[in-house]
Design a binder for this molecule. Structure first.
Ligand code: 6PG
Length: 466
């Protein structure tokens, strides 16, 4: 029997779904797992696909069963477990072999591992995989960072198993080392902001317009047929239609309002701030998850500070326009972070290509991404999405609605951290002359930091020292 084309180590939810997807497309897959007792049940449940799956109890036998140069995909927890596996597998490999981390890893770790393996003529790929279990099994969106050599090895498999958008596979080789994991991290940051915007709109309708979850669900279903069409809108509409089998209440009412987070949203914000970028909507979304988890404090505060909410004054049409504006602004912030990282790490990221591979398979897939891909392929002043002719026009149309929604929310005491952050960013960016001259003067007064004069190069100081 000749060697398998790829190894998959880690048979958790994502690893097993990917292994089945790969096998289902006619590739031979060698599989293994740290808990070896998972392997036999996995092969049993694979049914007819088991003919293409080869279980191994040890890393040694998995590696020995692979065609050369080898390709091994790890679907295991990121961080220390990945470092341990890299250390374990490295002595078993030969020059030209590729190790892939398909988890949500921090791209700094990916860069470090890629550099360490490159010294041994081994290749390390950071592969962002989006789409959850369903995507992994039926077609995920994948963001690959690594060498050209690895892309040659992997490309034929990844293109086949990826989600297809009108026949175009949603996978691309985006750049070297950490590029793929970085793009996946920002994808998740955008995901956080889009989810938070949806939650804010839901809350305005529920608490400010007294609409029932099922009515809001019907509105989201209608939105999912137009320019707001997206996976997150679709699943929100579905969620709002469910009742709790135990109590008969709307399902959404029995779920504790405390959001979890595994870290990719936070990483996006950390990296954005480190590069001097604004990702205020993503930061608002990460912050809002943090506040949400302080449930006890919020409950106490409600009794002390009062939790009364005023009526929300806005039609569903106004909300839809505000949503579209907010979604454009949140993607625009995400792409700005990508641009900054591309420059810092010399990745030459292709933004149109990134938008294209996000059009299907991933969690943030939306109708808007098709327009974004087109915008990046066309005229884009300053490389800023909000300045592309089409988006500038859409924003000019939708911004009054966003303004109306935020004003009404503020009046009624509704928290809309993400919507208002987007509006503040837009209003800051559309002023050629801002208020940072005051900041510069203050810095000069208390710290002699100096400032630039308008139209004059060099460092200047004010007369406050004379
Ligand atoms: C995806 C998702 C996936 C995962 C997130 C959830 O693209 O398929 O983003 O990666 O669901 O990591 O992240 P949080 O637990 O931080 O919400």
């Amino acid at each position: 029997m000749s060697g398998a084309q790829i190894g998959v180590y880690g048979l958790g939810t994502m690893g097993s779904a990917l292994a089945l997807n790969i096998a289902g497309h006619g590739f031979d897959v060698a599989v293994s797992n740290r808990e070896t007792d998972w392997i036999a049940p996995f092969l049993e449940e694979a049914g007819a696909l088991a003919a293409r799956l080869r279980g191994h109890d040890t890393l040694e036998s998995l590696v020995a069963d692979l065609k050369s140069p080898r390709v091994i995909l790890f679907m295991i927890p990121s961080g220390a477990p990945m470092d341990a596996m890299v250390a374990a597998i490295t002595p078993l490999l030969s020059p030209g072999d590729t190790v892939i981390d398909g988890g949500n890893a921090n791209f700094h770790d990916t860069r470090r591992r890629a550099a360490a393996l490159a010294e041994k003529d081994l290749h390390f790929v950071g592969l962002g995989v989006s789409g959850g279990e369903f995507g992994a099994r039926n077609g995920p969106s994948m963001m690959m960072g690594g060498s050209d050599h690895s892309w040659q090895q992997l490309g034929p498999i990844l293109r086949t198993i990826a989600a297809q958008y009108h026949g175009t596979p949603c996978v691309a080789h985006l750049g070297p080392d950490g590029a793929g994991h970085f793009v996946k991290t920002v994808h998740n940051g955008i995901e956080y902001a889009d989810m938070q915007v949806i939650a804010e709109l839901y809350s305005l309708l529920r608490n400010g317009a007294a609409m029932a979850p099922s009515e809001i669900g019907a509105l989201f279903t209608a939105w999912d047929k137009g320019p707001l069409k997206s996976y997150l809108v679709e699943i929100t509409a579905r969620i709002l239609g469910y009742s709790d089998p135990e109590t008969g209440h709307p399902m959404v009412d029995v779920i504790k309002d405390a959001a979890g987070q595994k870290g990719t949203g936070r990483w996006t914000v950390i990296e954005a701030l480190r590069m001097g970028q604004s990702a205020s909507m993503i930061e608002a979304a990460v912050g809002a998850r943090g506040w949400s988890s302080e449930k006890d404090t919020r409950q106490r505060a409600e009794t002390i500070l009062g939790g009364a909410l005023g009526a929300f004054d806005g039609t569903p049409e106004v909300l839809a326009e505000a949503f579209l504006a907010a979604r454009i602004l949140c993607y625009a912030q995400g792409f700005r972070i990508l641009a900054a990282a591309s420059e810092e790490y010399d990745w030459s990221l292709d933004f149109a290509q990134i938008a294209r591979i996000w059009r299907a398979g991933c969690i943030i897939r939306s109708a808007l991404l098709d327009d974004i891909a087109e915008a990046f392929a066309g005229d884009m002043p300053e490389g800023q999405l909000i300045l592309s002719p089409e988006f500038a026009q859409t924003l000019a149309r939708t911004l009054p609605s966003l303004r109306q929604v935020v004003c009404s929310a503020f009046h009624g005491g509704h928290a809309v951290p993400c919507l208002s952050a987007g509006l503040a960013w837009y209003d800051s960016m559309r002023q050629g002359h801002g208020s940072a001259n005051i900041i510069q003067a203050q810095r000069d007064v208390f710290g002699y930091h100096g400032f630039e004069r308008l139209g004059q190069a060099g460092k200047h100081h004010g007369p406050w020292w004379e």
